[in-house]
Design a protein around this ligand. Structure first.
Ligand code: CTP
Length: 406
């Protein structure tokens, strides 16, 4: 096991960071980060000689990922210190003591180390008052330059506040506001900002985090295009409900939550503004397609449903399907979340739960066997057959066969 290998190798190893924090808070966390007082790659290789695992070393940062046969991954890092040449830049790295390693971290609550071997095995090391801050439910940085060195920590602060129900310490809040005012977040690469925003929108109640971003001036710092007010807060709550509802349906594909909330956040932005925003955030192509093109295509459909209001109840299945076919599930959930009309919401849910996946039982080959030649006519016939199913005119294979013959 880990401790034995550490003994043989003559190094001390510690569990650190979020895992230890959550252990003390009684929160489940399977992401164990281990630091090695020495060389993590050499330690990982020693581990590989002793037990059944694979090692992926990362020479530049002297870290390694150990992958066990059941797929479990363990992150190993060498104790290190970091130098920042300029705010927002990635740090230069140098080997260091455990204390210096812990000192480079974002908040005191993330600086606990749990000894995994040696005479101190099972003991906590707390150099920076982490246990006190966990008790006080306070988020504090370790030094005045923390947000300057890594401005993404401002977004992490909001995430931890919301997730753990903690509050920024007074001095830390003051440092954060100054860093916002001095525009440090704008110096960070787009992909790092986006990464943090995605994590924030992936938390269980992202609406509260967004309100906090506004309060701290961070939303403006991310993009001046974005707004978040009470009505968007309502959309976020409704989006949360729509996501929960969707995930309780049988046999649905896994859904990423953040794009649904991001769509809410785009609110009534024009497509050109969304394009600019995606550009600024370095949004990967497949999401850009969802937020720009597919969202643009969904707009007329939403409007049509809204215009119908109460009358959507009278739409037959094939009419509703014609309106909503082709919309990705994220945009269907957005439609559900944004509407103020209950019948429109019900129309979305009727489509998602039933109509969306309804296909005729007969396929193209069946129709060819019945004498329909391959070509456009076959496609038309299949579409009409699907409409007949959507409208409840046929229910069984026999009824479909009879319908085709007519
Ligand atoms: N860290 C940091 N500055 C950052 C990102 C990370 O100082 N911008 C430090 C934190 O102290 C953190 C550790 O690196 O404990 C590991 O980062 P990560 O896995 O992102 O954080 P966790 O605390 O494990 O958070 P989560 O529970 O969200 O995984």
């Amino acid at each position: 096991d880990l401790a034995q290998v550490a003994e043989v190798e003559g190094v001390n190893i510690y569990a650190v960071g979020g895992f230890v924090r959550d252990l003390l808070l009684g929160v489940a966390n399977l992401d164990v980060d281990v630091v090695v007082e020495g060389n993590a790659i050499a330690f990982a290789e020693a581990l590989q000689r002793q037990c059944d695992c694979r090692v992926r070393p990362h020479e530049k940062f002297v870290t390694a990922v150990v992958i066990f046969p059941d797929g479990y991954k363990l992150d190993l890092a060498s104790t290190r210190t970091e130098y920042y040449l300029q705010p927002g830049a990635l740090p230069l790295v140098e080997q260091a003591s455990l204390k210096l390693d812990l000192y480079r971290r974002d908040f005191t609550i993330n600086t606990l180390a749990l000894a995994l071997n040696g005479p101190r095995q099972g003991e906590l090391t707390d150099y920076f008052g982490a246990q006190r801050d966990l008790h006080d439910k306070a988020l504090r940085v370790l030094h005045n330059l923390s947000f300057v060195e890594d401005p993404t920590r401002m977004l992490r602060a909001v995430r931890f506040e919301q997730r753990l129900g903690f509050t920024l310490g007074q001095h830390t809040a003051h440092l954060l506001r100054s860093a916002v005012q001095m525009g440090f977040l704008q110096r960070v690469s787009a992909s790092r900002v986006l990464h943090e925003l995605v994590l924030l929108l992936g938390e269980p109640q992202p609406g509260r985090a967004l309100a906090r971003l506004v309060e701290l001036g961070l939303l403006d710092a991310i993009s001046e295009e974005l707004r978040f007010d009470d009505s968007l807060q309502q959309h976020f709550v409704q989006a949360g409900r729509a996501i929960n509802w969707y995930e309780l349906l049988p046999e649905v594909a896994p859904l990423e939550h953040w794009p649904v909330y991001f769509l809410c956040l785009l609110a009534d932005l024009k497509t050109t503004a969304v394009e600019r925003l995606c550009q600024r955030l370095g949004m990967p192509q497949r999401y850009r397609r969802l937020f720009v093109e597919q969202r643009h295509e969904a707009w007329p459909q939403y409007h049509q449903l809204e215009r119908l209001g109460q009358r959507v109840e009278q739409l037959c299945g094939s009419e509703l399907a014609r309106l909503l076919d082709g919309l990705p599930v994220e945009l269907l959930l957005l439609g559900m979340a944004r509407t103020r009309h209950q019948p429109v919401r019900l129309a979305f849910s009727r489509y998602v739960t039933g109509l969306r996946c309804l296909r005729p039982m007969l396929d193209g080959r069946d129709l060819q066997r019945l004498g329909c030649p391959a070509g456009p006519l076959l496609g038309t016939l299949l579409r009409q057959l699907r409409d007949a199913r959507l409208d409840g005119q046929v229910h069984t294979r026999e009824e479909e066969l009879a319908w085709v013959r007519v």
